[in-house]
Structures are given as C-alpha cells and as structure tokens.
Design a protein. Structure first.
Length: 227
C-alpha cells in the first residue's frame, strides 16, 4: 500500500455549537410551519411563524459576527471563485476535511439568511397593507405596494427552491462523496483527520445576550412595520 493510500487517523471535533444547532433546526421547523399555515390559510399563525423566523435570523446574523468560530461569516465565507472550484469537484468521493462550512456551503448559508430576512420583512409590509393599518400603507405608492406584495410571493418560491437545493446537496454529499453533513448538525461533532485544532466555542452567556438582542431587534422591526 502506498503512503498516499494509508488510512488517516481521525479525531472527533466539535464543529457546531449548541446555538447554531438549535437555531438551524428551529428555523427549519418554522419554515415548515409557515408553509403549512399558508396552505391552510391560518394567516395569524403564519404571521407568528414569520415573526419568530425574523427573531432567529437577527440572532443568527449577530452570532455570525460575535459567535463561535465556525458560526462567523469571516471564518466560512470564501471567495466566489473558491466556491465554484469546490462545486467543480462536487461528485468526487473524498474524506471530509472541512472544519465548518465548505466554500460552497458558506454561500448557501448567506443566501438562505438573505431570503429569510427579505421574506419576513416583505411579509410584515404585506400584513400591514392587507389590514390597511400599517404605518407605511398611506405613504407607499400603489405601484410599490403591489411590487412588494409580488416580491413576497416570489421570495417565498425562491426560498422553497433554495431549501430544496440545500437538501439535495446534503443527499449528494452523502451518496456521492461519502460525507455525512446531517449527523454533525445533530451532535455538533464530526470526524476529521488529525491533527485538527478545535474551533473556539463561545459560551452560553453571550449566546443568551445575543438571542435577547435578536428578539429585541425583531420586536422593534415588527412594531415599526406591522399594523
């Protein structure tokens, strides 16, 4: 056996902290809830799900600047060229050596957060416009009001497409590349080649503070935009 074919010693590394995992699965559940309540025309509950999504997105943005290493945008956002280069080898079977998001996955995170933020903000305006009581209703020209309403619907379709692409990527990585991306988002840990220095993990106190700040920011936005 050649040296390059020798098995590489691995170690279990904590790559995803608890706030990342909780916010990830909470967002997944809330998007599903928003879809179900929309289909059933339970618009009050649909709006509540959107408000909760906005609070979590605000927290995730804050955590992207002040959280654990693998949660920080500066840690996982690579250049677009690096993202495309990674996708060029998307079907190559190889061990997972990535501490956190891969170059393409980092851009997917940014896309999903942007879509979620835009969808919730336009949803707040649409709710106010439908009720004819929103603070922007009287001062927004009809053409812009209609455009925002249409944009909310288009963004929802774009979000569903992005979620489907995200799930497809997880499936492809598992089948074609032999990399399990789902289990680490549940346990927080994955096996990586040694030596691998664990990322810095921020404690629960800062996470709680930033969660409170995210909820406060969402409440302020909701107060300003909703009826």
């Amino acid at each position: 056996m050649r040296a390059a074919e020798l098995p590489t010693a691995q170690t279990r590394v904590l790559v995803w902290d608890l706030p990342i995992r909780l916010s990830h699965w909470a967002l997944a559940l809330l998007v599903a809830a928003a879809y179900v309540t929309w289909r059933l025309n339970w618009m009050d509950w649909h709006a509540r799900a959107g408000d909760a999504v906005l609070a979590l997105v605000c927290f995730r943005i804050l955590w992207g600047f002040f959280g654990s290493d693998t949660a920080r945008f500066a840690f996982f956002l690579a250049s677009p060229r690096a993202g495309l280069a990674h996708l060029a080898h998307g079907l190559r079977r190889e061990p997972d050596r990535q501490l956190g998001h891969n170059p393409a996955g980092g851009w997917m995170v940014l896309l999903l957060l942007a879509l979620l933020l835009a969808e919730t903000l336009t949803g707040l305006y649409v709710a106010g416009n439908v009720a004819d009581e929103g603070p922007l209703t009287e001062i927004t020209p009809p053409a812009i009001a209609n455009a925002l309403t249409d944009l909310h619907a288009w963004l929802w379709q774009a979000l569903l497409a992005a979620v489907a692409l995200h799930l497809l990527a997880i499936l492809i990585y598992g089948v074609a590349k032999g990399q399990n991306l789902l289990a680490p988002m549940i346990t927080g840990r994955k096996r990586l080649p040694r030596p691998q220095s664990p990322p810095r993990v921020i404690g629960a106190a800062r996470a709680a503070l930033l969660a409170g700040c995210g909820a406060l920011a969402a409440a302020l936005i909701i107060h300003l935009l909703s009826p």
